[in-house]
Write a protein that binds this ligand. Sequence first.
Ligand SMILES: Nc1ncnc2c1ncn2[C@@H]1O[C@H](COP(=O)(O)OP(=O)(O)OP(=O)(O)O)[C@@H](O)[C@H]1O
Length: 332
Amino acid sequence: MSETFEEDAINPVLLIDSLKVYFRTKGGYVKAADEVSTFVNEGGVTGLAGESGSGKSTVVSQVFRILPKNGEYLGGKVLFKNKDLMKMNLKEFSKEVRWKRMSLIPQASMDALDPVYRIKDQMLETILEHEDVSKAEAMERIYKSLESVGVPQEKAEMFPHELSGGQRQRVIIAMALLLNPDLVIADEPTTALDVITQAQIVSLLKGLQQSRGFSMMMVTHDLSLLAGVSDMVTIMYAGKVVELGGVDKIYSSPLHPYTQLLIKSIPDVRKWRERKLVSIPGYPPDLIDPPRGCRFHPRCPLAMPICKEKEPELLRVEPRHYVACHVTGVRR
Ligand SMILES: Nc1ncnc2c1ncn2[C@@H]1O[C@H](COP(=O)(O)OP(=O)(O)OP(=O)(O)O)[C@@H](O)[C@H]1O
């Protein structure tokens, strides 16, 4: 890792250091997550943002140990409360960490819940697999948990297809919180929901995060979703972290040219008359054979000769602000 984060990661619940995960394909290795580093502080929320294909889900899959078969972990640390998850065997991870201490809220989709089981049975299984409690106690907890996400108790008797998309996502959130995890990873939790439901789910998650005090990593391709939710934002481009910083810094003074363009591409409803929406010219690169040097250089308005030759390191340019850019990443 270029920087240790030690000045800004205060008791981090999760610290990812130079994580490298590639996918084996017929055409060669897809360099999906290449030396990715970021952290989530205790009680904090770190957003992980970037265009589709930038490697966000690859990072999450490796942290949660659900990488597809052709995925290869090639190095890096994933410290969860100072313990390297990459050194833990899968059995121990499933028993001790997954769902119990770290849980995942996947995209809102029909596959996230098992269609043949009633909601209550899926929730019961999660509790009884990990904890030695009576069925009555577990049911009590299920009802409370459904109530906390705004789903009436009687829905526990239903099958997933009998709920609306928004209700299903609320149930998934309730399931993720059943065992009181320290860290929740929300991977595009509002994709596939309508705009109003999206806003409700985001504010529900933020409310629960604050009232229950868990830490969260929120993954999204929509940077605007993170504004009121996260305290840190990590920006990924083509398998690399290009910028990481406090949410205020990322929104008000982004340094990486890619982040600057991303911010300009967020529609602002209040200023829609005066603001011109910017789209980023060009396409993200092929990750089997990414450009040399900075992976963003072919699309970068500020690119210099060095950007084609040398890969920029992620450097701390000021407190709580890291940038990987030869042009703008200078220490202040
Ligand atoms: N199983 C796989 N085999 C081969 N390549 C893969 C596999 N899964 C993902 N990739 C590739 O890895 C890169 C990163 O994908 P990833 O899904 O992590 O990105 P993402 O930022 O999460 O995108 P999205 O927001 O669309 O989910 C992409 O180029 C993608 O095509």
